[in-house]
Write a protein that binds this ligand. Structure first.
Ligand code: AMP
Length: 281
């Protein structure tokens, strides 16, 4: 695997491959890689010729400085994992390589800015679009892969692609879970053994809604899911919402694609999860 810290060197390397007709696929990450990330790399392998993964803990998307400071950065382990899944190129820049100083950035992403994660993490999606825009400019991928785990992020990135007419196709990949249902996350290592058990209530509540889903019962199911989570000690619910998967508005009678989304703090760790809901026919 080629490993670049400098954007100019990466760009030079990739432009040669592009000129030879290579399809570049790109998986942006913040590292502390787990099977969820690696499933994106594996999917990227299927879709193109050259797989680029970036590892960059982006300061502008953290609204809590403590969260940024304690974000895990096991770069040597990450490199080994990427080599095991035959990633072709790693881009692992320093903050100074990505940001010249205090840069101004604002992209009007409409209502997504203030809904769900946007409401609870002000400025988060401005930081996300800022860094992903920069990374797209450097890598110039044909296809970029993002996880359904961050469902709202997928909608936000697609909105940016549409608004700025970026020449990249976005691919959403399924959520990888531990055998007991917990969605894989780099933040799971912060969970104590007890928290780890408590955190299962999130996927339990999502599965409950999925198993009992009917569009006429959205409000009731939402209340039941909230009750399931509130019943678990040490779990502080931020939101549980059954929403329209196209725009994250609360689901209504015109909704066709439903998604249930949850965020909660378990012990000291903030976790998110979601599930796509199907209507039985
Ligand atoms: P992160 O390092 O948290 O920024 O995540 C990098 C990418 O991996 C994002 O597109 C995430 O949605 C995706 N991802 C994170 N966790 C999972 C998971 N459990 N399953 C699939 N993809 C994931």
């Amino acid at each position: 695997m080629k490993n670049f810290a400098k954007k100019d060197e990466l760009q030079q390397y990739l432009s040669g491959l592009k000129a030879d007709g290579a399809v570049i696929t790109f998986v942006p990450t913040m590292g502390a890689l787990h099977q969820g990330h690696l499933s994106l790399i594996q999917q990227a392998r299927q879709l193109g010729n050259i797989v680029v993964c970036s590892i960059f803990v982006n300061p502008t998307q953290f609204n809590d400085p403590k969260d940024l400071e304690k974000y895990p950065r096991p770069i040597q382990d990450d490199i080994k994992k990427l080599e095991q899944v035959n990633c072709d190129v790693l881009f692992n820049p320093d903050v100074t390589e990505m940001y010249a100083g205090n840069e101004k950035w604002h992209l009007d992403i409409g209502e997504l800015e203030g809904l769900l994660e946007g409401k609870f993490r002000p400025g988060h999606y401005q930081g996300v679009t800022q860094v992903v825009y920069k990374l797209f400019n450097i890598v110039k991928p044909d296809i970029a892969l993002f996880g359904q785990k961050d469902y709202q992020q997928v909608l936000v990135i697609q909105k940016m692609i549409d608004l700025l007419q970026l020449p990249v196709k976005l691919e959403m990949c399924p959520i990888m879970r531990e055998p007991d249902g917990l969605a894989m996350s780099s933040r799971n290592i912060h969970l104590t053994a007890d928290d780890r058990q408590r955190a299962l209530v999130l996927s339990k509540a999502l599965n409950y809604v999925k198993d009992h889903f009917s569009p006429e019962q959205v409000d009731q199911l939402q209340q039941e899911a909230i009750a399931i989570i509130n019943n678990e000690s040490g779990v502080n619910l931020a939101y549980f919402e059954i929403a329209d998967g196209n725009n994250l508005h609360p689901a209504n009678k015109n909704t066709k694609n439903f998604v249930a989304l949850v965020a909660a703090t378990v012990g000291k760790t903030r976790l998110i999860d979601n599930m796509l809901l199907k209507i039985d026919e």
